[in-house]
Design a protein around this ligand. Structure first.
Ligand code: ADP
Ligand code: MG
Length: 480
């Protein structure tokens, strides 16, 4: 195996890491090994630790893996995943958490000296200087001001006028689909329009973390710091995803202080208010609350009518008042769903001869939507939380087998995995202690109660390791 080829493989893994979630990467790719490249560069052989890994990767990540492979080995046509024989690979335990790894790398990285000229080069994982990642659609012009967002929109407009000094940071929270990302980027556009010279960065928090992670693995943390400490306006979307990522939170804490002290504006969005964030250090939570915390509420009927009318008009669609009202009444979850329904209606109208929407056609679109949202609500429960899925996720994250989980092993790692399983059964499935005991290999209800309490206490005490584990399992459940 040439060093060159092996180096390419590490690049493949890094690339892949930026494409899929941290927990998926950790669970499925952290122990994949490069074997050989042959047949004049057309065949790549890698090793997976088990048949299960191989099948899962082939089923779920085929496209991503091939893309990443072809980026660095453009000639590869045939990708073979072999199973590493057990005795050859001591089963690697899944890392304690992504964060411990980050922490270790942080230590390593401190010892390395980054040559200055290297720092000057633009890192491939950071956006180019003149790119701010703003979606041209998300402007104030396209944002309908309604009762449920008026207060927050006004705060945001105030910030455009007095960048860095009015409310800093601004923290916007709401459930999904109510326009947080849109508003966040609208501020970016408006600030740029006023002053095109300013350095503005929009970044979803998981991308932010990935950039940091890659910077660390390349020993380029300073490059990351330089990049973000020079911004005038930092727009961080969905900050809740940094929960449990301690190493990153530490880095971000310093960045925040630096920017804040020099009156650089920071705006966050989140799916919940700062107090309800899980696995985020107190000192960061308190900083989130320094400026102004504000929310966007669910639109009521009048708000939904206003949004609909605006969207229909922009799409050049003419509906009768009765139809518009019916849509506003039925599609009451969020604005993204409303856009979905409008798109369907547009498609129906395009296909119709007389370009008029019949009652029947509208009812069919609405019927599909109602069925779909009911199914989503049901599936969300079914899919995310059932005992088998929880077991599987816990096993993956802890690197143990289902037999170990349900059996009597007292190894610390296994015992902890079992306790977290109990807590998830209780918390997410609201099962009774005896029921949980039966599901977990016939354990006594008092044992279960003890386990659940133990995790509860640790979470209350903000035990970073447990919280990070729970978060990894939960994230994994959502993605598997
Ligand atoms: P969130 O970030 O809160 O999940 P988004 O900003 O992604 O929500 O909004 C979802 C969709 O709804 C986007 O296409 C956005 O343009 C649209 N939208 C949300 N609020 C409004 C509004 N007030 N006026 C017009 N469109 C909106
Ligand atoms: Mg969003």
């Amino acid at each position: 195996m040439s060093t060159q080829n092996f180096n390419y493989w590490t690049l493949v893994l890094e690339h892949l890491r930026s494409k899929i979630s941290g927990s998926n990467y950790q669970a499925w790719f952290s122990n994949i090994e490069f074997d050989a490249i042959g047949n004049e560069g057309r065949k790549l052989v890698i090793y997976a630790p088990s048949e299960f890994h191989k099948q899962y990767i082939e089923k779920k990540f085929n496209v991503e893996l091939r893309e990443s492979v072809n980026k660095y080995y453009p000639k590869v046509i045939h990708l073979e995943i072999r199973i590493k024989e057990q005795e050859k690979v001591p089963k690697k335990q899944i890392q304690d958490s992504l964060d411990l790894k980050v922490a270790q790398e942080r230590k390593l990285e401190k010892l390395e000296v980054t040559p200055t000229e290297d720092r000057e080069k633009i890192a491939s994982y950071l956006p180019r200087k003149n790119l701010n990642n703003l979606n041209p659609k998300y402007t104030f012009e396209n944002l309908v001001v309604i009762k449920s967002n008026e207060f927050t929109v006004n705060l945001a407009k105030g910030i455009v006028q007095e960048l860095g000094t009015l409310y800093n940071p601004l923290f916007i929270h709401s459930p999904v689909g109510l326009g947080k990302t849109h508003l966040l980027q609208a501020v970016g556009h408006a600030v740029l329009e006023k002053n095109p010279e300013l350095n503005i960065k929009y970044v979803p928090s998981d991308t932010f973390f990935n950039q940091f992670y890659l910077a660390l693995t390349k020993g380029e943390a300073q490059k990351f710091r330089d990049f973000y400490s020079s911004v005038d306006l930092l727009l961080v979307d969905d900050i809740q995803f940094i929960g449990g990522k301690e190493g990153f939170q530490n880095e971000f804490f310093h960045l925040f202080n630096l920017l804040h002290q020099s009156n650089k504006q920071i705006i966050f969005t989140s799916d919940r208010n700062p107090k309800e964030l899980i696995g985020i250090e107190d000192r960061l939570v308190s900083r989130f609350e320094w400026g102004m915390v504000t929310d966007i509420q669910k639109p009521d009927f009048d708000d939904r009518m206003a949004i609909l009318q605006d969207k229909l008009q922009r799409a050049n669609l003419i509906l009768s008042p009765e139809h518009t009202q019916l849509i506003a009444e039925k599609v009451n979850t969020n604005i993204r769903e409303m856009e979905g329904v409008i798109n369907k209606i547009r498609a129906v109208l395009n296909a119709s001869v007389d370009k008029e929407l019949s009652d029947r056609a509208l009812l069919s679109v609405l019927g599909q939507y109602i069925k779909q949202s009911a199914a989503n609500a049901e599936n969300a429960d079914l899919l995310v939380a059932n005992p088998d899925r929880i077991n599987m996720a816990v096993c993956r994250i802890f690197g143990i087998t289902p037999e170990e989980l349900l059996g009597s092993s007292r190894k610390a790692n296994v015992a902890e995995a079992r306790q977290i399983t109990c807590w998830l059964y209780k918390n997410d499935l609201t099962l009774s202690f005896p029921h949980i005991g039966r599901l977990l290999g016939g354990r006594d209800h008092s044992t279960i109660m003890h386990a659940v309490r133990k995790i509860e206490v640790l979470i209350k005490q903000k035990d970073a390791r447990i919280i990070s584990k729970v978060n990894l399992v939960k994230q994994f459940l959502l993605e598997m």
